[in-house]
Design a protein around this ligand. Structure first.
Ligand code: ATP
Ligand code: MG
Length: 354
């Protein structure tokens, strides 16, 4: 019986520890040794599992035989790991024992934390314009009631704030749609030079107003890739709009399409679209976080310009859906380059064909 119990513990895929009636560790599998260290067997469990909530749970199960669940936290100095620990009574030949199993729930915890952060961020982003709207409604009802000029001014601000909320909700909806279909690879034929030049013409008025020159560097001939035309449009509108918005008067924004060529990163033929600006750029330390939802380099300035901080998160999702890559480079004082690499065809990458 005893050897059998040890074999069973050894075969469990999760860290497992069996504690005997005399409160010593009877058996522990390799996963438990990796988690708790060598030399577990025959030690008193208190000297191995030093966390009070876990010790209480073990003692409770020893006493009344009822199963218990609790938490165990470890850290390797860089990363914290959270385990759900289950304590179950087992009848051993000479008395009762307790079987502990440890399930790593770190990722679930992190997903939960991300969801909470996201909801908090969305609420905050919506509350700011909403507070402004409520404030102006109060003013229009009271002090500014008879002041036609003030009324016009306030209505314009209110229109802007409401527009901001509308954009935010629209962006959130497109993100959640994108997440739902991220695994479905789009396969429509898209003529990129045509799409890119139409992006430039639709943003020409915005650029003119900002005093920014748009420079197309696109091939004259059609170049088709497999993709989703509306989403690709959204990507390049976002990138060119950012370049125009954040570069400011006198800057140049180049939209360059090159390829097709073999791309080692894609392990397939691909094309490159670069959006290059001569704007102020930013410290490259922001790059890893730039595609996070609501992340902004200069949040005050970006918000002032009506940005929701979701643009690059959407870009990243769309590029992923196309199995492409997004590369960002920036030099403060010189400008930034946002490069999108897209596979030419929707088939499996070269070398993986059946
Ligand atoms: N070309 C650029 N030059 C300088 N900063 C940039 C550039 N592109 C993006 N950024 C910075 O990255 C941040 C995130 O961009 P993103 O497009 O995600 O959000 P946004 O422009 O603030 O809002 P939205 O695109 O939703 O209107 C911006 O707030 C800005 O600080
Ligand atoms: Mg943007």
């Amino acid at each position: 019986m005893h050897a059998e119990a040890r074999d069973l513990i050894a075969a469990m895929p999760l860290p497992a520890v069996l504690i005997r009636w005399d409160e010593r560790i009877d058996a522990a599998n390799a996963e438990a040794v990796a988690l708790l260290g060598e030399g577990l067997v025959e030690r008193h469990f208190i000297t191995v599992l030093r966390q009070p909530v876990l010790l209480d749970a073990i003692e409770g199960t020893m006493r009344d035989g009822a199963p218990r669940k609790t938490r165990y936290l470890t850290s390797d100095g860089r990363q914290d790991t959270t385990f759900d620990v289950s304590c179950r009574a087992v009848a051993l030949s000479k008395g009762p024992g307790v079987l502990l199993t440890f399930a790593d729930v770190t990722q679930m915890e992190q997903a939960g934390q991300m969801r909470r952060d996201f909801v908090a961020n969305v609420s905050h982003e919506l509350r700011t314009p909403l507070t402004a709207l409520l404030g102006f409604i109060e003013t229009l009802r009271g002090p500014a009631r008879e002041d036609a000029a003030a009324r016009e001014r306030f209505l314009e601000i209110m229109g802007n704030e409401a527009g901001r909320m509308e954009r935010l909700v629209g962006d959130l909806l497109s993100l959640s749609r994108l997440e739902a279909e991220e695994r479905v690879r789009p396969t429509h034929p898209v003529d990129l030079p045509d799409l890119l030049s139409s992006v430039l013409s639709s943003l020409a008025p915005v650029a003119a107003e900002a005093g920014v020159t748009l420079i197309p560097e696109l091939p004259e001939t059609p170049l088709e890739i497999a993709g989703d035309p509306d989403q690709l449009r959204q990507v390049f509108v976002n990138l060119v709009e950012n370049a125009v918005k954040y570069s400011g008067k006198g800057a140049q924004v180049t939209l360059r399409l090159s390829g097709p060529a073999y791309h080692p990163r894609l392990r397939a033929d691909g094309v490159e679209v670069e959006v290059i600006d001569t704007g102020p750029g930013f410290d490259p330390l922001h790059i890893p976080r730039l595609t996070e939802r609501f992340y902004r380099v200069d949040s005050h300035r970006s918000r002032e310009m009506g940005g929701t901080g979701l643009g690059l998160a959407i870009v990243k999702h769309i590029v992923n859906r196309h199995r492409g890559r997004l590369r960002i480079e920036s030099t403060p004082g010189k400008g930034s380059t946002f490069k999108v690499i897209l596979p030419l065809r929707a088939g499996p990458p070269r070398g993986e064909e059946a």
